[in-house]
Design a protein around this ligand. Structure first.
Ligand SMILES: Nc1ncnc2c1ncn2[C@@H]1O[C@H](COP(=O)(O)OP(=O)(O)O)[C@@H](O)[C@H]1O
Ligand SMILES: [Mg+2]
Length: 264
């Protein structure tokens, strides 16, 4: 397991996230397990593994162990009841969605429909403009990454059955709108749905079973979580997608089309 070498700085945001250099030579954004946000790290872990399997643009991440005597030296450190934390490899030179005003192109646009559907699958209520990273590759052309999945499954402190009946409603996300503008063909969403539905059940269960014990997810909650993921992608996601298409994606593009026609 990689070991922390030196503390760099606190990262902005509401959670206890710090930039730390590790002995593999990389810096990681380390999110700590803290009271009141108990599901934040389990959510990050499960979302990360599923996103990787779906080949979404998510920074490489891992669970790390940080000795208490290292953590206690962090300025303003909030006590953690676990030595295991979630570490996302820092991608330098990025802006967030608020900081970029003109975007001609997203170079990995073929991944955008999957990201939106992924957020619906996991009930991620926090796809804000701060939770995407944009790196300019060429003049006004950006590569997009997704970060911060602490608020999947409804919240960062969900308990037991709360996950069972999460809403099927449209997520009001300006970031989804931004991304959807770059999805040229609606078939990308249906392809993404197929891929989500082909993920083996045992893989979902395996990922959940690897949640460190310290993170206090009970066996019953693990079961609820895997059943939620397995059921939602088959039974509910197709309905959500239909609704999303009718209410969000198609209106967005027909508005664009009529604007183009006006301009001609
Ligand atoms: N892998 C990463 N690469 C670059 N910056 C990151 C990375 N992960 C997090 N950050 C930065 O740290 C901030 C806080 O991380 P985030 O996971 O969004 O936690 P919070 O729950 O506090 O919003 C982000 O808004 C972003 O600026
Ligand atoms: Mg964030």
């Amino acid at each position: 397991m990689i070991k922390p070498v030196s503390y760099v700085k606190k990262l902005e945001g509401k959670s206890n996230t710090h930039l730390i250099k590790f002995d593999d030579g990389y810096d990681y954004a380390v999110k700590y397990f803290i009271a009141g946000f108990e599901k934040s790290l389990p959510n990050e872990w499960v979302a990360y593994c599923l996103a990787r399997y779906l080949q979404l643009p998510i920074p490489y991440a891992r669970i790390v162990e940080i000795p208490p005597d290292f953590s206690s030296q962090i300025p303003g450190f909030i006590e953690s009841s676990s030595n295991f934390q979630f570490a996302s490899r820092y991608i330098p030179g990025c802006s967030n969605g608020h900081e970029v005003s003109h975007m001609k192109e997203i170079v990995n646009e073929q991944q955008l429909a999957s990201i939106i559907l992924f957020d619906y699958w996991l009930s991620n209520g926090d796809r804000t403009k701060k939770n995407i990273l944009l790196r300019e590759e060429e003049d006004e052309k950006y590569h997009l990454w997704i970060i911060d999945h602490a608020e999947c499954f409804g919240s960062y402190n969900w308990i037991g059955e709360e996950v069972e009946d999460l809403p099927v409603k449209i997520l009001k996300s300006a970031t989804h709108q931004l991304m959807a503008q770059f999805v040229k063909d609606e078939s990308a969403f249906y392809e993404a749905l197929k891929v989500i539905q082909t993920l083996p059940n045992f893989l979902i269960e395996e990922v959940i079973s690897l949640i460190p014990e310290d993170w206090q997810v009970s066996e019953a909650e693990k079961k609820i979580l895997s059943q939620y993921l397995i059921r939602r992608r088959k039974k509910i996601l197709p309905h959500i997608l239909k609704k999303y298409m009718a209410r969000e994606y198609l209106p967005l593009h027909s508005a664009e089309k009529s604007k183009e026609e006006e301009e001609e």
